[in-house]
Design a protein around this ligand. Structure first.
Ligand code: UGA
Length: 423
């Protein structure tokens, strides 16, 4: 099938590259010509495991093409995917301006009887607004939210838990089902409103699940429980399920913080509150603070002038993305309490005045009073504990992702703590 993708960001590129991999003819448009030029050369502007190789395969097979010209991109397109950002505005609501203007720009060039499908996360009611922006009776606006996780996007696209298609048109639904015919997953065909809500409700529910795990972790730290054991025991109950229960320094990234706030904002517009989602956000702030309180306690009650090494800046492993990263939130709190922070991350290139960057995990720990692990990169597990001990000035370790082998690390560090574990 001939497909157009508007927006060569993380979602647009994953969608385009995976659809080309499935054999569709895909044309991609982006407003930034330099991005299009480097994509044409086979170079991916984001880090996502396996995606650059699939990009090159798509280009070589001729199934994947990149354009800076919108009418040319849309030529022949049976389905056009809108994959432009929906950032957060000052009130926490989703800012739809990019989506609406992209739809209006496309309107004139969309093929007759084609589909305009939104992959961008858009609030309930957006499909109707998009229909107004497009103003074409022969174009169906369909909601088709993405459920991709950074770091495992290819797998999530090709082997999803479900596909959601929101449309009232039977013909449009059939075209979308045909487009995804090779993807083996339950397919939920529903109204655009339900589809738009499925996306927000899913992200908010996952954030609530994580906040719950983090709150239980805090209780474990006080009572002698071990949060990984507690979550394992809970997750075996099939009504709860084992996934997404790993306690950490708080959740972050480009989606959960933005989407939880947007859900609260949409509900408020309809006169409703979302107390559970409010609480999840509040719990997340508390998780950041708890990490800082713990290391402060490990260092005798003050962080003033203390040298803290941080491993991990990305909001999770296997991505270079540091948007709303819990690591950055924790670093900022450390700085506010007077600590001097040196941080290392294998991929995330974040820079700000709160910390100095190190080029390796070992460089970061030189002369440090404490080490905090904030992102669960595999490479941290391979670092030799004894070597770290020799380089550090102090002996405090706080593993906020429970990735270090505590039995080994405790031999070198008698002041070792891990999230959700009693001291
Ligand atoms: C999330 C959703 O998982 C995707 O389904 C959704 O498509 C995407 O948002 C989106 O809306 O675009 P993503 O933000 O890439 O995906 O990352 P997640 O893997 O969900 O992680 C989010 C945060 O939760 C990270 O900070 C991560 O470290 C944390 N997390 C996740 C935990 O602390 N524990 C866990 O068990 C899982």
């Amino acid at each position: 099938m001939e497909i157009a993708v508007i927006g060569a960001g993380y979602v647009g590129l994953t969608t385009a590259i995976c659809l080309a991999h499935l054999g569709h003819e895909v044309r991609v448009f982006d407003l930034i010509p330099e991005k299009i030029d480097s994509l044409k050369e086979g170079s991916l502007p984001i880090f996502e495991p396996g995606l650059e190789q699939m990009l090159q395969e798509g280009i070589q097979s001729g199934k994947l093409q990149f354009f800076s010209n919108l009418p040319e991109t849309l030529k022949g397109g049976k389905v056009t995917f809108l994959c432009v950002p929906t950032p957060q505005d000052e009130d926490g609501a989703a800012d739809l301006s990019h989506v609406l203007s992209a739809a209006a720009d496309c309107s004139k060039w969309l093929e007759p009887n084609s589909i305009l499908a939104t992959k961008s996360t858009v609030p309930v009611g957006s499909a109707l607004r998009l229909e107004d922006s497009v103003a074409r009776h022969d174009v169906h606006v369909v909601s088709n939210p993405e459920f991709l996780r950074e770091g495992s996007a290819i797998n999530d696209f090709l082997y999803p838990d479900r596909l959601v298609i929101g449309t009232r048109s039977r013909e449009a639904a059939e075209t979308m089902l045909q487009l995804y015919s090779q993807v083996q997953a339950p397919k939920v065909v529903t109204s655009p409103e339900s589809s738009e809500l499925i996306k927000y409700a899913s992200n908010a529910f996952l954030a609530i699940k994580l906040s719950f795990a983090n709150d239980i972790a805090a209780l474990c730290e006080r009572t002698g429980g071990d949060v990984s054991q507690v979550m394992h025991g809970m997750g075996l109950d099939s009504r709860i399920g084992p996934n997404f229960l790993k306690a950490g320094p708080g959740w972050g990234g480009s989606c959960f913080p933005k989407d939880t706030r947007a859900l609260i904002s949409i509900s408020a517009r309809f006169g409703l509150s979302m107390p559970i989602v409010d609480a999840a956000l509040e719990s997340n702030e508390k998780a950041h603070k708890r990490m800082v309180d713990t290391v402060m306690e490990q260092l005798g009650g003050s962080l003033e002038g203390k040298k803290i090494a941080v491993w991990g800046i990305a909001f999770k492993a296997n991505t270079d993305d540091f948007r709303d990263s819990p690591a950055l939130a924790v670093i900022s709190r450390l700085k506010r309490r007077g600590a001097i922070v040196t941080a290392y991350d294998p991929k995330a290139k974040a820079k700000n005045d709160n910390f100095k960057r190190a080029e390796s995990a070992l460089e970061a720990v030189e002369g440090a009073d404490a080490l905090i692990v904030l992102t669960e990169w595999n490479e941290f597990q391979d670092v030799n504990a004894e070597q770290v001990r020799r380089l550090m000035a102090g002996n405090a370790i706080l593993d906020c992702r429970s990735i270090l082998n505590s039995a080994i690390w405790r031999k070198s560090f008698n002041n070792f703590r891990a999230v959700g574990m009693h001291a």
